[in-house]
Design a protein around this ligand. Structure first.
Ligand code: GDP
Length: 310
């Protein structure tokens, strides 16, 4: 029996799970809803880092060392900019720039982000459905002790997520709306999955889209999150550091508490199997996804486990 899976993700961590799911589910049975709070304007281009990480990962173009950007991409454009005295702080590969140019152009001509995302993915051979969380621009703003409010990429890339975070907000979220495509996918989902992405930076903006959280909670289906925190540490990035700064303990249990009634299932790593978890269904298995086979194994184990509930 075909099951419809919708997975909510940010960039690199979530892309690993999305890749695993895409290897075992046919295109019509998997929808990937992606955070767009990291999107920003740079040199006049609309850059959507998480959407592109997912697209490059699913198409096989992704840089294996970075987990984002395109493998073997060159940097002639930014090197040329340096001749003018520019000091680029955000890496844009030459091939990557083509993505941003075409997206910006299409959006200026009236295409929605959903439409252009579909077109770019299809052109790269990605058949599974990749959707932005909304078509309305939303910008994650990070309030820091050292610099006050910073645009997300300034915090994350320029300052390498070192400033101490006081709070986060999602500018423009009140005007955002769930897209018809995301709405239909969630309505038809047999399983809703929250990928091992940063809960505060990647998943919170998705859940903050007006109506999104309520729509997910209203679905009487398995709603499962995979912990991005393993043994009290983030596999990568600022999740664990951010937890301390926001006043939480560094633990997978806190992630489960944070998701609250959005989830009814939670998966932790075997190293965390004794943690008390405030969720109806819980399990543990290896959830570090280094290789392609790890990604497929995590996706398979998750689907098998969820189907064993009923
Ligand atoms: P970002 O845009 O790079 O922040 O991408 P995400 O938000 O999707 O991913 C960051 C989170 O993914 C971090 O909290 C990591 O701990 C987590 N993560 C990365 N790789 C893995 C992995 O292999 N397994 C698990 N469980 N979590 C991971």
């Amino acid at each position: 029996m075909a099951i419809n899976v919708v997975v909510l993700v940010g960039g690199v961590g979530g892309a690993k799970l999305a890749f695993g799911l895409a290897q075992i589910l046919p295109p019509e049975n998997l929808t990937i809803i992606v955070n767009t709070g990291d999107d920003f304007w740079h040199y006049g281009l609309r850059v959507c880092p998480d959407l592109d990480t997912i697209m490059y990962t699913l198409s096989g173009l992704v840089s294996k060392t970075n987990g984002w950007g395109i493998e073997g991409d060159t940097h002639a454009v930014l090197d040329a900019a340096r001749r003018y005295g520019e000091e680029p702080w955000f890496q844009l590969g030459d091939q990557d720039i083509a993505t941003h140019l075409l997206r910006t152009n299409a959006m200026a001509a009236g295409e929605t982000l959903t439409e252009v995302t579909r077109r770019l993915n299809t052109a790269l051979g990605v058949q599974h459905c990749v959707l932005p969380m909304t078509d309305v621009p939303v910008a994650t703003i990070v309030d820091t002790v050292e610099h006050g409010e910073l645009a997300f990429q300034t915090y994350f890339v320029r300052y390498r997520w070192q400033p101490v975070v006081k709070s986060l907000r999602f500018a423009g979220i009140e005007n955002a709306a769930i897209t018809p495509a995301a709405h239909t996918a969630l309505q038809n989902a047999d399983i809703i999955v929250i990928g091992p992405s940063n809960p505060w930076l990647s998943i919170a903006p998705i859940l903050a889209v007006p109506g999104m959280r309520d729509l997910i909670v209203s679905r009487d289906v398995p709603r499962v999150a995979i912990s991005p925190i393993i043994g009290g540490k983030a596999v990568k990035g600022p999740a664990a550091k951010l937890m301390v700064e926001l006043g939480y303990e560094q633990s997978a249990q806190i992630v489960a508490e944070y998701y609250g009634d959005v989830i009814n299932g939670f998966i932790v790593d075997t190293i965390d199997k004794t943690l008390p978890l405030p969720v109806q269904h819980t399990t543990s298995f290896e959830i570090v996804m280094n290789s392609e086979s790890d990604r497929i194994a995590v996706a398979e184990n998750m689907l098998q486990w969820v189907q064993s509930w009923v």
